[in-house]
Design a protein around this ligand. Structure first.
Ligand code: AMP
Ligand code: MG
Length: 277
């Protein structure tokens, strides 16, 4: 199945989230079949990340956005976080600090974009500045309205500098979210996640839906596409995202650099070291 084609938002699309499925199982007969594909994808990702790291020419930025309990943390823990930590970092973006708020909204973001050879995973991102900021009216409309274009320019700049950008929205139904809130409530090891703010955001589901749709419609570009991933089934979310990331890395085709040293000379040094031993 072509996950990229299925879930990529084309620049010409008019996304309506309510028309997008959250529960699909795609072509899989059961979870085990999907998990096997995910494991294969993770192997591909690990191998290509190693080459990316050594090549030091390109970088990869993965942006994750989602309603509460949609599974950003699980996706990072179980799938994306299995990249080599020498070359991969996750950046969670929380409520901006006083110093962050004293700068433009991209200031804190730009410091975390991946250097050549590196992968960065954004757990929330600059999109919060047209999502929560818009819904909660943290700045006037005259300010957030201009941010879509600013974001596109910013992402185009990153892409021109060799950064591949993949943006994922984990799409869950409100019913599934409530189910997960309940599971959190019943599981003491998940109590640290409980947050009354989650219920307030849930009350504003439609406002968030509209804000998300605008972000997808205005900011899904050739350089930095959005993908809307059905995420009611965690295993489906994992296989879809890992397939798209693996495919993008295959397309990036990072290569080991050409050998710089004289192999004959190195072999000679080795033989001499062996004789001396
Ligand atoms: P969590 O990811 O669940 O730990 O929560 C982080 C919180 O920070 C969420 O409620 C976000 O909406 C909030 N947040 C992230 N970025 C911003 C921002 N730019 N402005 C306001 N709130 C933000
Ligand atoms: Mg949360």
């Amino acid at each position: 199945m072509d996950f990229d084609k299925e879930y990529r938002v084309e620049p010409s699309d008019e996304v309506s989230l309510s028309k997008r499925d959250t529960k699909t199982k795609g072509p899989f007969v059961d979870k085990a079949e999907a998990v096997a594909v995910t494991e294969q994808n993770v192997k591909t990702i690990q191998e290509l990340q190693y080459r990316l790291f050594v090549e030091e020419k390109q970088s990869l930025l993965i942006v994750l956005q989602a309603p509460d309990a949609a599974g950003k943390d699980g996706l990072i823990r179980k799938v994306l976080g299995r990249m080599n930590p020498q070359g991969c970092r996750t950046y969670p973006f929380k409520v901006p600090s006083t110093i962050e708020r004293a700068h433009d909204f991209l200031w804190r973001i730009h410091q975390c974009t991946p250097a050549r050879g590196k992968v960065a995973i954004f757990n929330r991102s600059h999109y919060e500045d047209v999502l929560v900021v818009r819904v909660e009216q943290l700045v006037p409309k005259s300010v957030w309205r201009n941010r879509y274009e600013i974001i596109n320019d910013f992402e185009r700049n990153l892409a021109a500098n060799g950064t591949r950008i993949l943006k994922f929205y984990l799409h869950i139904s409100p019913e599934e979210q409530l189910e997960r809130f309940h599971k959190r409530l019943e599981n003491p090891s998940k109590h640290w996640k409980l947050n009354p703010g989650d219920y307030e955001a849930r009350e504003k589901w439609d406002d968030y839906r509209r804000a998300y749709e605008d972000a997808f419609n205005k900011c899904s570009t050739e350089d930095a596409p959005w993908y809307i991933i059905p995420s009611d089934h965690k295993w489906y979310r994992d296989v879809a995202v890992s397939s798209i990331v693996a495919r993008a890395m295959i397309d990036m085709d990072p290569a080991f650099p050409p050998i710089q040293v004289d192999l004959v000379e190195i072999r000679r040094l080795y033989e001499r070291a062996k004789e001396k031993q």
